[in-house]
Write a new protein. Structure first.
Length: 320
């Protein structure tokens, strides 16, 4: 599926809104393949999705092979999450595999497993052991990629080999082998890359990106919510007027997703709910923040790009 320019979106005259995404990686974990493990993970993931939906926020669930295949066998949790308004895509851990053909086969199995669940599945996240896999992603049927750069050898934080990574989406140059061409924008590119876009991901990691580390005590929750407010306020100062400004919250999901701890889970969900309520009251209702899925941000970028392409040369110089 190729990303197309389907609509026009006039760039905002101010730096707002900030498009906010939340990504959850459902990591490789053999226990997801058991009936009990799938049931516990499904309960916890759906609870998390419900908390976001209750606060008018969206998530993108990116699944590795174990959970996707269990959904086909025990119950299609990922389709339920998509039906609830979230996005479902594929998570690939190919950066530990040597050999291009082996990586292609590894990625193909994961793409096909998620496809079999009947979800849209146009977004891929994860790493390969080559630096520029975007042609491979397109050949697999993806039209949106995200998070790849964080798994690339030589990348540290938001920098690669001394170069700053863009904070906004772009169309990377497709290719294979060890090349940084993917960091350049290709106007005819067939895939849109949505970067992690740093600050909020880093903050989530510091304050517990694993579900088991979300604060539980009331005083900790207040500090947790307060720290998110500080980080979001600081992001506004680096936003660029007239562009698609995006940041992401990141959650990784390992064995804690199958923990059978009902009371603790509910307290964690309340903590997350308070954070989401603060974002809704202080930023969403004022128009400063808009929640989106990863592919939703890509579509906003495409619409913005179409608008810029429609401008005259003199106007375009003021917008790009």
């Amino acid at each position: 599926m190729i990303v197309k320019k389907e609509e026009h979106l006039s760039p905002p005259t101010t730096k707002y809104p900030l498009y906010l995404t939340s990504w959850i990686h459902i990591e490789p974990f053999a226990e997801y393949r058991t009936k009990e493990g799938h049931a516990l993970a499904s309960r916890n993931l759906k609870r998390l999705g419900n908390v976001f939906k209750e606060h008018e926020a969206k998530m993108t669930f990116l699944s590795e092979l174990d959970f996707a295949e269990a959904c086909l066998k025990y119950g299609n949790t990922l389709e339920e999450l998509e039906d609830a308004g979230h996005e479902v895509g594929t998570h690939i851990h190919g950066f530990h595999i040597v050999g291009l053909e082996e990586q292609r086969e590894y990625a193909r199995k994961r793409k096909e497993a998620v496809d079999r669940l009947g979800v849209r599945n146009i977004t891929v996240c994860g790493g390969w052991n080559i630096e520029n896999p975007f042609k491979e992603f397109v050949d697999l049927g993806f039209s949106v990629a995200c998070g790849y750069s964080e798994h690339t050898p030589g990348v540290k934080g938001s920098r690669i080999r001394g170069q700053d990574l863009p904070q906004a989406p772009w169309r990377p140059v497709e290719g294979s082998g060890w090349t940084t061409d993917w960091m350049r924008h290709d106007p005819e590119g067939r895939i849109v890359y949505v970067p992690f876009a740093g600050e909020l991901w880093i903050d989530w990691a510091e304050h517990g990106r694993d579900l088991r580390n979300i604060p539980l005590m009331e005083s900790e929750v207040k500090r947790y919510v307060g720290s998110w407010k500080e980080v979001i306020d600081s992001v506004f100062s680096s936003m660029v007027p007239g562009k698609i400004n995006h940041r992401s919250l990141y959650v990784t999901c390992h064995e804690e997703a199958i923990a059978d701890y009902e009371e603790m889970l509910e307290r964690q969900m309340r903590s997350i709910g308070e954070m989401l309520d603060m974002i809704r009251q202080d930023y969403v209702k004022t128009g400063k923040v808009v929640w989106e899925t990863i592919s939703g941000v890509a579509q906003k970028y495409i619409a913005w790009e179409s608008y810029v392409d429609s401008l005259s040369s003199s106007q375009k110089s003021l917008s790009i």
